[in-house]
Design a protein around this ligand. Structure first.
Ligand SMILES: NC(=O)c1ccc[n+]([C@@H]2O[C@H](COP(=O)([O-])OP(=O)(O)OC[C@H]3O[C@@H](n4cnc5c(N)ncnc54)[C@H](O)[C@@H]3O)[C@@H](O)[C@H]2O)c1
Length: 169
């Protein structure tokens, strides 16, 4: 099962995080985080004992402050913690769950974040591989995680970001 969705109000994806309202906060957490827990609850009986693999998509803004990512960074941190708790819950049924922390890619959802073009240029310049990742590269890691090659991997956050997250300065 692939969980590849997130949402926050556009107003909450620019300016100061401190201004996030309660409704916007709850909306981002509900759509972007709780949805995974609920989907897992319903998928577990279907996947039980069948080598199930679940993947969600996260972003580096969960670990470090990224300008304008704001409430979504907080939601992604909660999403990554959920992956670990869900892995612990579902492991006994042979179900694995992991997150791919993807580098910045221009999509409908990411266009809602202010300063996307700057982020793309910055990552291209600063990442070890000197490029932005493609959806194909994220897809290849998803394929690995779904396959038997990853039979011993669960609860992990795997970065597919041209190495951007390892750079300190
Ligand atoms: N694009 C990036 O740079 C990037 C980087 C890291 C992680 N991600 C993550 O990848 C995932 C997919 O995003 P994307 O960038 O491919 O954008 P996208 O626009 O292709 O996908 C977002 C999806 O979320 C769905 N969605 C939004 N609100 C929903 C709701 N209330 N209920 C059900 N579905 C809803 C949309 O229908 C859409 O299919 C998201 O979790 C996003 O945070 C994206």
């Amino acid at each position: 099962m692939i969980h590849s969705l997130a949402f926050a109000n556009k107003d909450d994806l620019s300016g100061r995080y401190i201004n996030t309202g309660r409704q916007g906060f709850l909306l981002a957490m509900d759509v972007s985080v709780y949805s995974l827990t609920l989907l897992c609850k319903h998928a577990e009986p279907l996947m039980k004992g069948r080598n199930g693999s679940i993947i969600t998509l996260t972003y580096y803004g969960s670990e470090k402050v990224i300008p304008n990512y704001n409430v979504m960074g907080v939601a992604k941190a909660a999403l990554e913690a959920s992956v670990r708790y869900l892995a612990a819950d579902m492991g006994q049924n042979g179900i694995r769950i992991n997150a791919i922390s993807a580098g910045v890619i221009k999509t409908l959802a990411s266009s809602g974040i202010s300063g996307m073009r700057t982020m793309l240029e910055h990552c291209e310049g600063k990442s070890p591989l000197k490029k932005n990742v493609t959806t194909d590269e994220v897809g290849k890691t998803a394929l690995y995680l779904c396959s038997n090659l990853a039979s011993g991997v669960t609860g992990e956050i795997i970065h597919v970001d041209a190495g951007y997250n390892i750079v300190g300065m």
